[in-house]
Design a protein around this ligand. Structure first.
Ligand code: MG
Length: 497
């Protein structure tokens, strides 16, 4: 038995309703993005706001808080039990620290800001969003003060999304990455072996054809369709409703088929994580991923490290040829370079493996200054453009392709972006160890036999759920904390060798 301590059992009994509520919220959230009729949004957002408030009340019940407080100092707990206490204690600490008035105000502000952000982006009118961004910055600064931090207010924002992450650590990480990435990028661009664009980007496909491709690839990767679904949504996502119900979505834009293909593989990586969590953790507070960064490492591992490798492209080729009539005009080599174009671009979500983290660096720098109170919204719009030019040598002509491109700030998510870079770095770290520890990593990709790779990830990452905080999980599984050198090694081996 995983949970033996009687007090832990009591706590799990008392918090099971929270799990059930989360389960219901997930189904509603999934429905909102997939099948709900557009006008359903009014009732749905009211209902979700009520449920969020109910969740807070249920978590902060005195009987729950007291039990958790007692258990924090309990030494006679196994790792899973400690995990339960750690996760609940953290949630309680944050929820207690934030005054309900501030939470309500943030919810209200971001609710109002969303449509203005969208309109501002569509019309390239930053001034529509600016007052909301100022308000969001101000509320985030207040939240950081309430939550508390040791060194810097941005630490509170970071830690909220990635347990244990600190501004100082992210700075060190980028200090190492920036010059190396820029050097690699310069070389890749001057050598010209990896193209900046590819004619397949303009070729149109039939949606039904790409659906077949996506489903076939998911079957080959090992996505169990009796424990998940593939649907369509505006922004692809994964949602773990239960350990045996993990759903993904994709989108079909009608041309440039690599976009739907790789976003499907990306979401598969997220889904596999949840699907391989130990069933003994079912319906507990640790039946989910260790952190956003570790979750993203799984999606990036499958999307980039596996999905964009030569071995995978070779194995993929017959599936593409069977389903897309235009593929016969292209070789495996053509496809490999189509999937791996490298070019400085303005839009983060379209960025390649080499340039992606520079987009995150830019956002990180701006967020730190916003939280420090040094930058207001108006400053951010201009500095964005300058910084983009400095980092990638291109300058946005509009705010829509600059400061307005991401939804995150309009949702109040300041401190979230660095978790994307954590994901990229950890995926490369896993790659380093998996090629050392598995006999024939690339061979199993070539033969589309992913069992050993899935098992490796299950043992090292997935099965633990949120038992350990992210840094400890990495130390236990790989003997060291996150190390950015593996990402640079990966890029050099792939793009410069
Ligand atoms: Mg993701």
């Amino acid at each position: 038995m995983v949970f033996e301590n009687p007090k832990i059992k009591e706590l799990l009994g008392k918090t099971r309703v929270l799990w059930a509520l989360g389960h219901a919220q997930s189904v509603l959230a999934w429905d909102s993005e997939t099948y709900m009729p557009r006008q359903g949004v009014v009732d749905r957002s009211m209902a979700l706001a009520e449920l969020a408030a109910l969740q807070q009340r249920l978590l902060l019940r005195e009987e729950v808080v007291k039990l958790v407080e007692e258990l924090v100092d309990e030494e006679d707990l196994n790792d899973y039990e400690k995990g339960v206490v750690r996760v609940l204690n953290r949630r309680i600490r944050i929820m207690k620290a934030l005054p309900p008035k501030l939470v309500m105000e943030m919810a209200k502000t971001t609710e109002e800001a969303r449509p203005y952000w969208k309109e501002a982006r569509d019309k390239n009118k930053f001034e529509l969003f600016q007052p909301y961004l100022d308000k969001i910055i101000d509320l985030s600064r207040q939240a950081a003060e309430y939550i508390g931090y040791e060194e810097h207010p941005y630490d509170a924002a970071l830690d909220y999304y990635e347990e244990g992450l600190r501004k100082r650590r992210v700075e060190e990480m980028f200090k190492y990455l920036e010059p190396r990435i820029r050097r690699i990028l310069e070389k890749v661009l001057s050598e010209g072996r990896y193209p900046q664009t590819h004619e397949l980007e303009t070729v149109e496909y039939r949606k039904t054809d790409m659906e077949r491709v996506n489903i076939t690839i998911l079957q080959n990767l090992g996505y169990p369709f009796d424990r998940g679904r593939l649907d369509v949504s505006a922004h692809p996502f994964t949602i773990g409703i239960g350990l045996d119900d993990v759903r993904i979505t994709t989108r079909y834009e009608g041309k440039d088929f690599k976009r739907t293909l790789y976003s499907t593989i990306h979401e598969f990586g997220h889904a596999l994580y949840d699907l391989q969590i130990d069933k003994a953790l079912r319906a507990t507070p640790i039946a989910n991923g260790a952190s956003l960064g570790i979750h993203e490492s799984q999606s990036r591992f499958w999307e980039n490290i596996v999905g964009r490798s030569r071995a995978f492209v070779e194995a993929l080729y017959p599936i593409l040829k069977d389903n897309l009539d235009f593929i016969s005009g292209y070789s495996v080599e053509d496809l490999y370079y189509y999937f791996n174009t490298v070019k400085p671009s303005l839009i983060r979500v379209e960025a390649d493996e080499v340039t992606y983290n520079l987009h995150i660096l830019l956002r990180f720098k701006l967020e730190v200054k916003m939280i420090e109170g040094e930058y207001k919204a108006t400053d951010v719009a201009e500095i964005w453009n300058e910084e983009m030019e400095r980092l990638l040598g291109i300058r946005p002509k509009t705010y829509s392709e600059g400061v307005l491109q991401d939804i995150h700030w309009s949702m109040g998510s300041i401190g979230y972006f660095p978790t994307y870079t954590i994901g990229n770095l950890v995926s490369a770290q896993i790659y380093h160890y998996i090629t050392k520890e598995l006999e024939d990593f690339h061979g199993s990709i070539s033969s589309m036999n992913f069992d050993v790779i899935r098992e490796y990830l299950r043992e090292k990452i997935h099965k633990w759920g949120a038992t350990y905080p992210p840094a400890e999980l990495l130390r236990r599984s790989f003997g060291e904390p996150m190390n950015p050198k593996y990402f640079i090694e990966y890029l050099e081996a792939k793009y410069l060798a």
